[in-house]
Design a protein around this ligand. Structure first.
Ligand code: GLC
Length: 553
């Protein structure tokens, strides 16, 4: 059960200054957030109509996954026109409304940009196919002759992140590179047209008023010269854990220095910054920090944190390393537990027991929101949604599923449309009861809907709202850059944060049994039912298994 606390009301307006340093950013996955027109697919007007929900939740910014014109071979991460909205999601006027309305509610608005690859329906790729080998149009992509007799073998041994070879052969015999699906040809960033085009695309969305970009596959744009073989077939399994010639090449940094100049031209200081966050699955947080050096990007996702299990020692180590790496380049650390590519954390932490999973997910969220830096939430985690593991094959759409490997095999289970209200699917996702939703929702989600949880003490939704309100009200949360670990029993993580306005302690019991800890101050919020011991250090407080407590101390 959530404890009651006194906290300033949520105003919905992000702080001025470098707003992004401690921002809580909420990821909206457009096809699964809210369906305004009843076709079973989420859309921009649906999101606009639900913005007050996000303001009331208490986040600072909204990041939208792609809504651009796309054949949807990879749910919109295959972009056919970077300046157009896909009709499935609405129109450019709808995007404009959405940006304005988001700002009117005091929230920032971040869009995805997909510069590593486009759709095979993009006019440049179509032109490249038409114009043939040796043409200027082909040079915007990675076209090569094959190996072996008749060039029937791919030019090198690279594997697609989604499984299978990273090369597809076209009619005239050449092959083109695609690190993801065959419908997603990789751009050649040695070609000046590509640089010019993305500068222009950035300006297009900045002119529309967006506050920043999440850069898709930010580590992939530059490939090692000569596209050398890797030499073994364990590439997908080892993704992010080993250096490969197609990811995290030093050359990418020049691109981001260029982009930073564009962003800065639109505003610096006093809350006017336009920001960029890198989706860079690098082998270490230290490699991720390179993207955040002076004159480069503002943030990078902390995937090392996301992939760390429910383990006190491992979490402590990754927190320490993240803060050290980010502080060294004067960038905020970021924290994330779920997104549209990974199994939801309520299920990841469950070890086969959903109740335990939710308990740990709430404790993990409270720990994450206590850390200095910026935090990312993925739609539905505030409802405690689990991964949907029982989807029938015929409804699945993730290309990774069809290519037989990669990124947990399938990512549809975290993309099931949100339940908003009502007794029957689509639970208010669309306007009509019993209407369609592009993936089916489990019947049990009626108890997890926004309406079912609103105003219910102890519900996960009210818990998130309270946590975000306390974080906003308490100066020692989020802001700053350091923590001080408090000596704790094995399986318990406790740290103190001190500012001129006061001190704060966060204690997490990651062990499977209750633990008694000294009571450091006044209980602010707990992820489970906790009865505080009386007074600072006067008596111990029993922390249930898998729980986090925030204290004003
Ligand atoms: C990123 C996206 C993922 C997409 C891939 C290819 O990893 O988050 O959803 O499939 O890039 O664009």
């Amino acid at each position: 059960m959530t404890q009651n606390v006194t906290a300033a009301p949520t105003t919905g307006s992000p702080s001025a200054g470098e707003w992004w340093r401690d921002a809580v950013i909420y990821q909206v996955y457009p096809r699964s957030f809210a369906d305004g027109n009843g076709d079973g697919m989420g859309d921009l007007p649906g999101i606009t109509a639900r913005l007050p929900y996000l303001r009331d939740l208490g986040v600072d910014a909204v990041w939208l996954s792609p809504f651009y014109a796309s054949p949807q071979a990879d749910a919109g991460y295959d972009v056919a026109d970077y300046r157009a909205v896909d009709p499935v999601f609405g129109t450019l006027a709808d995007a404009d409304d959405l940006v304005r309305e988001t700002h009117a509610l005091g929230l920032r608005f971040i869009v995805d940009i997909v510069p590593n690859h486009c759709s095979d329906r993009h006019e440049w790729f179509q032109e490249a196919l038409r114009e043939g080998p040796g043409s200027a149009a082909r040079d915007r992509f990675h076209f090569r002759a094959g190996r072996g007799a008749d060039g029937a073998l791919p030019p090198n041994d690279w594997e697609s992140v989604f499984g299978g070879p990273a090369w597809t052969r076209v009619e005239d015999g050449q092959w083109y590179l695609h690190l993801f699906a065959a419908e997603q040809p990789d751009f050649n960033w040695d070609n000046q047209d590509v640089h010019d085009e993305f500068r222009s695309v950035l300006r297009f969305w900045l002119d529309l008023g967006v506050d920043g970009f999440r850069i898709d596959v930010a580590h992939g744009l530059v490939k090692a010269p000569g596209l050398p073989d890797i030499g073994h077939a364990e590439q997908v399994k080892l993704l992010g854990k080993q250096a490969v010639p197609y990811f995290d090449q030093d050359g990418v940094h020049e691109i981001y220095r260029d982009w930073r100049r564009i962003l800065d031209a639109y505003g610096t200081g006093n809350g006017t910054e336009r920001i960029a966050v890198a989706e860079a699955w690098t082998p270490t947080v230290e490699r991720s920090a390179l993207y955040l050096r002076r004159g480069e990007l503002h943030q990078a996702f902390n995937f090392e944190y996301l992939t760390t299990g429910w383990d006190a020692a491992a979490l402590r180590a990754v927190i320490d390393r993240s803060l050290a790496a980010m502080n060294a380049v004067d960038a905020p650390a970021t924290w994330v537990l779920s997104n549209h590519d990974v199994v939801r954390h309520a299920t990841r932490f469950a070890d086969g027991d959903e109740v335990r999973g939710l308990r740990r997910a709430r404790a993990a969220t409270l720990l994450m929101l206590a850390l200095p830096g910026s935090a990312y939430l993925y739609q539905g985690e505030e409802l405690g949604l689990p991964e949907v593991t029982e989807l029938p094959d015929e409804v699945r759409q993730d290309p990774a599923f069809f290519r037989g490997s990669g990124q947990d095999g399938t990512r549809d289970g975290c993309r099931v449309p949100l339940p908003w209200s009502g007794e029957r699917p689509p639970f208010g996702f669309g306007p009509v009861e019993g209407g369609p939703s592009w993936l089916p929702q489990p019947d049990s989600w009626k108890d997890l809907s926004v309406a079912a949880q609103t105003g219910v003490p102890g519900s996960t939704l009210e818990f998130y709202r309270r946590a975000l309100a306390v974080r906003r009200a308490h100066p020692a949360l989020g802001a700053g850059r350091d923590i001080a670990w408090v000596p704790s029993p094995e399986g318990v993580l406790a740290f103190r944060r001190t500012t001129s306005a006061g001190s704060f302690v966060c204690t997490t019991n990651l062990s499977a049994s209750p633990v008694t800890v000294p009571t450091p101050g006044t209980l602010l919020l707990a992820s489970a039912h906790v009865v505080p011991g009386a007074g600072p250090d006067a008596a111990g407080t029993v922390l249930p298994a898998d729980s986090t407590v925030w204290w004003a101390a």
